[in-house]
Ligand binder design. Structure first.
Ligand SMILES: [Zn+2]
Length: 376
């Protein structure tokens, strides 16, 4: 007889919800949460299902769980051992798209709250912030929920993101921050001409080469604690007409920067601009994702302690991986940490999670909610 979390995970996986579809997941969640005292506020934007579920607490403070019901496409279904939306449980393993990323974690949070409510445990205010737009461009998802809550003054005091943070065992890793992403399109301008008459032209490649060398050599300084250094990679370069005797009039380059919170977008932009200051350059900056980091302190200690109590594991506070919706909550000044299942099969064919993991994650979430306090 599967436990509550597994039952919920099965029902969520069976609702096909490839981005940006919600597939009825959130109506199903509401049917579970309403009897526990949650009220749903829809913040739907541009066809995206965004919801805030709130249960007023007996204790001060608000803790939120943020997550997404959308999943990435399955790829060729015939490559799957078990149909990706069948949610088959075989030998203690739950198979299906979203098992790890992240319907499993959503199910565990709901099961944890249900268990605490059944025991009449006094609780803080609990929110679930759920979107169906995380795996795509994340333009109309969590960021809209955060904007809504800022306007209403209903932001939580801290948030757990249900992204699959763990490596080998549930609880072995939490993510307390992520690097930011900046992409730059650079066009270095010159003047096209005949290669035999260089006095009448201005070679854009000759101007680009030293500028790009300066960019590649920028010293970004000390990384913030727990983060790798800022990485600046020139990933594409093109120039010239293809003819051997034409001096190029412009040269294009693409630069991808992964920065740690020791740097800021404004600082990085100024340093790139300075490296190009001796040539006529058009720079187009795209701040794709803001870096964030939750400092050591009460909230991370609470999570570490809960993991320790539930599993005996000393958790690692990591900052690896790409980016996550945690950045939108962190930008609003909320301490965030990502804690979910293991991530061995995310976005893969045959995504799966052990049923035992869901029970463990439910126990950890339950302990976190039960011990949560508001601290300055
Ligand atoms: Zn995810």
């Amino acid at each position: 007889m599967p436990d509550i979390a597994t039952n919920i995970a099965v029902k969520l996986i069976q609702r096909e919800s490839v981005t940006p579809e919600d597939g009825g997941c959130q109506n199903y969640m509401e049917s579970l949460l309403a009897p526990l005292g949650f009220v749903r506020t829809a913040v739907d934007t541009a066809g995206i299902t965004n919801s805030i579920y709130t249960r007023g607490g007996e204790l001060p403070g608000t803790i939120a769980f943020a997550g997404h019901t959308d999943v990435v496409p399955t790829g060729p279904v015939e490559q799957w051992q078990h149909a990706p939306f069948s949610a088959s449980i075989i030998d203690g393993i739950l198979h299906g798209r979203g098992a790890q990323d992240m319907k499993g974690a959503i199910a565990c949070w709901i099961a944890a709250v249900a268990g605490l409510c059944a025991d009449y445990t006094p609780l803080p205010t609990i929110q679930l912030l759920i979107t169906s737009d995380e795996e795509g461009d994340s333009i109309d998802g969590t960021i809209r929920i955060v904007e809504y809550m800022q306007a209403k003054g209903s932001l939580p005091d801290a948030a757990i993101i249900g992204e699959p943070s763990c490596d080998k065992l549930v609880g072995d890793t939490i993510r307390r921050g992520r690097r930011g992403v900046i992409q730059v399109r650079a066009t270095i301008h010159g003047k096209q001409g005949h290669s035999a008459y260089p006095q009448d032209a201005d070679n854009a490649i000759h101007r680009a080469a030293p500028a790009l060398t300066r960019i590649a050599a920028i010293d970004w300084g000390e990384a913030a604690a727990g983060f790798p250094g800022t990485s600046c990679q020139i990933t594409n370069i093109s120039g010239g007409t293809g003819a051997s005797n034409v001096i190029p009039g412009h040269c294009d380059a693409f630069i991808d920067i992964r920065y740690n919170p020791g740097n800021s977008f404004e600082q990085i932009k100024a340093m790139i601009e300075s490296a190009c200051s001796d040539c006529e350059t058009t720079l187009d900056f795209d701040h794709v994702a803001t870096a964030f980091s939750t400092p050591d302190g009460y909230f991370l200690d609470l999570i570490s302690d809960s993991i320790q109590r539930a599993t005996g594991i000393d958790t690692l506070r990591d900052t690896g991986g790409g980016t996550s919706d945690g950045r939108f909550l962190a930008a609003a000044g909320i301490p965030v940490a990502e804690l979910g299942t293991t991530n061995s099969t995310i976005h893969q064919v045959d995504e799966q999670v052990a049923v035992s993991e869901l029970a463990t994650l439910t126990a950890i979430y339950s302990d976190i909610i039960k011990h949560f306090e508001v601290r300055a």
